[in-house]
Write a protein that binds this ligand. Sequence first.
Ligand SMILES: Nc1ncnc2c1ncn2[C@@H]1O[C@H](COP(=O)(O)OP(=O)(O)O)[C@@H](O)[C@H]1O
Ligand SMILES: Cc1ncc(COP(=O)(O)O)c(N)n1
Length: 493
Amino acid sequence: MALTIAGSDSGGGAGIQADLHTFAAHRVHGTSVVTAITAQNTRGVTAAESVGVDLVRAQLDAVLGDFSVVAVKTGMLGGEALLALVAQYGEAGRLPNLVVDPVMVTTTGDSLFSGDPAAYLARLGPLATVLTPNLIEARQLLGREITTVDDMREAARALATYGPRAVLVKGGHREEAASGPAPSGGLHEDALASGGHREHGGTRGSDEPGGARSGRGETGGAPRSSGEAASAAGDSGSAIDVLWCDGQMLELAAPRVATRNDHGTGCTLASAIAARLALGHPLPQAVSGAKAYVTEALRAAADWRLGLGPGPVDHHHAHLRLAAIAEAARRELRRCPECVRPAGVAGIRWASGLRASPRPRVASVAGTRRAPGLRASPRQRDAERSVSAQPDHGGGRSSPVAMAGRSGATGRRRTSPDAIAGRGPLRRNRQAATVAVVFRSAAWFSGTRRRLGPSGPPDSTLTAGSDTAAPLTIRTVRADRSRFTLNHCKETA
Ligand SMILES: Nc1ncnc2c1ncn2[C@@H]1O[C@H](COP(=O)(O)OP(=O)(O)O)[C@@H](O)[C@H]1O
Ligand SMILES: Cc1ncc(COP(=O)(O)O)c(N)n1
């Protein structure tokens, strides 16, 4: 359950509309407090009016008095009156996991905040779990020029002194990034030397996707030249954000997507962070995962022509991609109900010791998302489907990418009693089996399975992706020896 406190964008690309799309895409219930109504499209804002303080207060009370809100995102507040009101609720401890996007100006250059920028820092800075200014907002908040990545780091540090737990300075507006090598000491050198995700003053973080990956299933991390990085992703440079979090400086780099459709990226990023906090992700992972989500949303909408100016991003890219993968799986499996075809890549393949049954209900992965550790609701239980496994007598390969587009194993496989009883090949690999689902479209799933303690339930992680999209992880927490129940999926890049 998450709450957005933001303005309405009649064009549907930013503000409340983008936030609710983003919450929904994360399968987080979204509540909303509307602070302003803007008449807006892809070309700009033609009119805007703040909602009165009393009505905003009433909305806050209605939502907070009934729902257990776990994370909150603030966007357009319009002026100091609503800023003060929201701050009061924050000071009263009623706005948990607060993501503050200090919206002051739109991508099209229209001003959305009439007050003193410093008031943002004074009122919401100390309450924010994370503050997410773009370059223009960081400039306004600090009253100084911010051009290089070094400047961004300094800005993040300076903003952190106002009290937020973390500051994310977003580099989406750094034109240099898209147009070739940055000046010495600038963007490219920093980003690429680090493989995209670099830390200062701390240990290297997890293999989080928002940083180093190209969005094509690569794990990233290796130093690359700027040319390699750009062409590997089919993009034109890097979009670098700087995150100051718990005393550590991180750089989050993603391939810069060549698109004009970047309306609402800041709102989308902030609400994706809030959604991920609501799902229980730790803060740095919530931020880097949210950035990866935005990169994919930009990519998926790059060809859209909605309106005459910068259009919105595709908030539902992950669902649609998974649905497309699932549909491809269904098609393949319908065609070949009982065997894995040698010529077409079809079916599910256990890469180390196991093979899925000929008729896995792969489609279920698209609709079974819920937070790790949470009990399934009856409806979620209904939605959860299982994928059954059987021994792979043909052996396996470990790389799903290598397998994609290649022949599957030959022959007809039937469910073996050995597999169900945990004997045979399954037993051999009980501690860590890898599974991959391979389709003709070069979409793939892969993952590892391990047992939680000697007698605990197996815990499995599967990754789904395609040659054009970043991987997704599908986490399974309930599985017996022959069946998986997919009950959570999240993006990993
Ligand atoms: N063309 C792009 N390609 C990839 N990432 C981008 C692009 N434009 C913006 N971003 C990313 O989108 C997020 C929002 O950034 P930004 O556009 O600077 O915010 P805002 O919408 O508040 O101005 C950041 O993570 C930024 O790096
Ligand atoms: C109501 C509203 N809130 C926020 C933005 C910022 O949009 P962007 O993320 O493109 O800077 C906007 N254009 N409209």
